[in-house]
Design a binder for this molecule. Structure first.
Ligand code: PMP
Length: 397
């Protein structure tokens, strides 16, 4: 049966982790990851999560099946984070949210549902994008193309190219948009640019699928949802995948959500009934633990405040690492201007390093980055940042 199965190519990022783990150099640094590490180089267990978990364990609750669409308080909490607590949409009965297996799971049930609904539509993703976007939508049966996004010359956004590309798409093309903290580049459109993007999406009758995996890592929880809220205000029908993997530091719990903004409460009911069939035939219903923890934090005022403070601390630490890296590169004699790193948002930075330079960083210095030059700023800390700046300076010299 399995004789003809070919070996699949190695996942480029997971392959990098394997290589890093096998490296015996003591001063090795892994900047290839997509995970937030604290200043000690550890994945944090947030205090708000810890308190919610203790409360949950002490309650000795049985673990029955959850509803297909998940925990109601979790879904309500996810909607509120996206739309803001005063959004009239929340009371309108037009918004539906399903707890999902991380942001990936949200994208996947959204993709399967869209394939049923728009079988002949194409999907477009940014050039470049999170590497799983293409694979995931292709697996769901779509043809996936790209729209212009990153401009290597300016280390910024190719806004004119992006707008022109979106403007030339056929109606009902599904457009994947990173709502904040673009992965892998760290380059986001400004709010004014988003207003123009929303206009094209609306006029051209495109289907936006907003992916928000780093809410709170850019400028703040509310600020980072500005795009979602802008699209909502423009009355654009859309899908939103959100992930709490990073914002709650709960990667392995698979906490995410798919939110759909429909046109009416009646429509919402029909859409939900179909989405439930997609979920039921994939994994039946979501797991309890992570969802319970997140729901408890989002719905308990003291824990919510604790969470916003802990998230702010993660955001500020990353910003501080950006500032320090730019300063230290200068101090190590780098003459190229790296100030673009300060304008980038979220955990990642397209550093502008070439593949050759990335190879040298790894081979000569034990500093691991993705071959595209993407580095995870959240993996820098007070102990390794000097070494990393020095290593980068050496490969640039
Ligand atoms: N979308 C983007 C843009 C991401 O970067 C990621 C995670 N790296 C995801 C979705 C998936 O998130 P999760 O780990 O919650 O599945």
């Amino acid at each position: 049966l399995f004789e003809s199965v070919e070996l699949a190519p190695r996942d480029p990022i997971l392959g990098l982790v394997e290589q890093y783990n096998a490296d015996t150099r003591a001063n090795k640094v892994n900047l290839g990851v997509g995970v937030y590490y604290d200043n000690e180089g550890r994945i944090p267990l947030l205090e708000c999560v810890s308190q919610a978990e203790i409360a949950h364990i002490e309650a000795h609750a049985a673990r029955g099946y959850l509803p297909i669409e998940g925990i109601p308080g979790y879904n309500k909490g996810a909607q509120t984070l996206l739309l803001g607590k005063d959004s009239p949409l929340l009371a309108s009965g037009r918004v539906l949210t399903a707890q999902a297996l991380g942001g990936t799971g949200a994208l996947k049930i959204g993709a399967d549902f869209l394939k049923q609904l728009l079988p002949t539509s194409k999907v477009v993703i940014s050039d470049p994008s999170w590497e799983n976007h293409r694979a995931l939508f292709e697996r769901a049966g779509f043809t996936v193309e790209t729209y212009s996004y990153y401009d290597a010359a300016t280390r910024g956004l190719n806004f004119d190219g992006m707008l022109a590309a979106l403007g030339s798409l056929p109606e009902q093309t599904i457009v994947i948009l990173h709502a904040c903290c673009h992965n892998p580049t760290g380059v986001d459109p400004t709010f004014e640019q988003w207003e123009k993007i929303a206009e094209v999406v609306k006029n051209k009758n495109l289907v936006p699928f907003l992916d928000i995996a780093y809410q709170g890592f850019g400028d703040g929880i509310e600020e980072d949802a500005a795009v979602v809220r802008l699209f909502a205000q423009q009355d654009i029908t859309m899908l939103i995948s959100s992930s709490f993997s990073k914002s709650f530091s709960l990667y392995g719990e698979r906490v995410g959500a798919l939110t759909l903004i429909t046109s009416s409460n009646e429509e919402r009911g029909r859409v939900l009934s179909q989405l439930k069939r997609v979920i039921r035939t994939n994994y039946s219903n979501p797991p309890t633990h992570g969802g319970t923890v997140v729901s408890t934090v989002l719905n308990t005022p003291e824990l919510y405040t604790l969470w916003t403070n802990e998230l702010a601390a993660m955001r500020e630490r990353i910003r501080n690492m950006r500032v320090q890296l730019v300063e230290k590169l200068k101090a190590h004699g780098v003459t190229q201007n790296f100030d673009f790193m300060l304008a980038q948002r979220g955990m990642f930075s397209y550093s502008g390093l070439t593949k050759d330079q990335v190879d040298r960083l790894r081979d000569e210095h034990g500093v691991y980055a993705v071959s595209s030059g993407r580095i995870c700023v959240a993996a820098l800390n007070d102990r390794n940042i000097d070494y990393v700046a020095e290593a980068i300076a050496k490969v640039l010299a």
